[in-house]
Design a protein around this ligand. Structure first.
Ligand SMILES: Nc1ncnc2c1ncn2[C@@H]1O[C@H](COP(=O)(O)OP(=O)(O)OP(=O)(O)O)[C@@H](O)[C@H]1O
Length: 295
């Protein structure tokens, strides 16, 4: 990791009524890094993010920015992607941008921001008449309006169709390429794998694993899983080493694919229905928690 810019230290949040939403979360985010909090609904991601943003007071622990506790100057250097409810009725896209820009001393170059977030074609559009993807682009531009060093995105693509989600990913990649530090929450493992340099997997208010997606997968799961219908395997022939039957499928988890494929080819088995897959963060989550990410 590069120099930490943001640190969560033993954060705890107990809501009135006793819900312990965050139960001792700690991690550090490097400058210019895209850091993801990945976890199922109710895991405590939003609560953690709001404490990092400085909008929710922790019940325990601290947030440090550049090595010091948060202070009044913090809101000038961070950008928060608000919910659509922050937009006012009878407001056009360009007007919304200007209204938010007036709240800060620092400001991004307006034309650059419009180009970055692809807002030119919809500047005159009523903010109530935007598609889901257009609304998210506007809310991202608003998060960037004070030219922040660090932005927070809470489930930025939830509810978007797959095409708009991919478009939004490209936009986040552009923002990251400019050197802006990004902290986001998501329950889409594909989003975390694609966008995040490092992730913390959160469950029941705690971090259960942290690292780069690739390192986490390498540490906990085989490099590849080969699957073949069990019926395709020649009767009487011993199963390949490491193979196990899962219902009507033969599964071989392996670190080295080539010898496994060579053995299968030599066996005379019908390989037409053979499938090779790389484990995903979803598999990892299932392995670490015993329950599915989307469940
Ligand atoms: N204002 C609140 N008062 C009481 N309990 C709350 C409050 N906000 C959240 N919670 C509870 O805290 C826990 C964590 O919620 P949180 O929204 O942080 O999780 P999350 O991982 O962001 O989930 P989601 O993806 O559904 O937003 C949940 O059990 C939730 O019901």
């Amino acid at each position: 990791m590069t120099t930490p810019i943001l640190e969560a230290r033993e954060l705890v949040k107990v809501y009135p009524g006793g819900v312990r939403a965050v139960d001792g979360i700690g991690f550090a985010v490097g400058a210019a890094e895209c850091f993801g909090l990945l976890g199922p609904n109710g895991a405590g991601k939003t609560t953690t993010l709001e404490m990092l943003e400085g909008v929710l007071a922790p019940s325990g622990g601290e947030v440090h920015y550049r090595g010091r506790p948060l202070d009044a100057a913090y809101r000038e250097v961070v950008g928060i992607q608000f919910q659509a409810t922050a937009l006012q009725d009878f407001q056009r896209v360009g007007e919304a941008l200007e209204m938010f820009a007036r709240l800060y001393r620092r400001g991004a170059d307006r034309d650059e921001l419009i180009a970055l977030c692809d807002l030119e074609p919809i500047l005159g559009r009523d903010t109530r008449r935007l598609s889901g993807g257009q609304r998210q682009r506007l809310l991202l531009a608003i998060a960037l309006v004070n030219d922040p060093e660090l932005i927070f995105l809470d489930e930025p693509t939830t509810g978007l169709d797959p095409q708009s989600r991919r478009n939004f990913w490209r936009l986040i990649e552009r923002v990251r390429a400019r050197g802006t530090t990004i902290v986001l929450t998501t329950h889409y493992m594909e989003e975390a794998e694609r966008l995040c340099d490092r992730i913390a997997i959160v469950d029941h208010g705690r971090v259960i694993a942290e690292g780069t997606p690739a390192a986490l997968l390498r540490a906990h799961l085989p490099a590849a899983v080969v699957r073949l219908p069990a019926a395709a395997w020649p009767a009487g022939l011993a199963l390949p080493e490491g193979a196990r039957r899962v219902d009507a499928t033969l599964e071989i988890a392996t670190e080295r694919l080539a010898p496994v494929l060579a053995e299968l080819a030599a066996s005379g088995a019908d390989l037409d229905a053979l499938r090779v897959s790389a484990p995903t963060l979803e598999d990892l989550f299932l392995k670490l928690t015993g329950h599915a990410l989307r469940g």
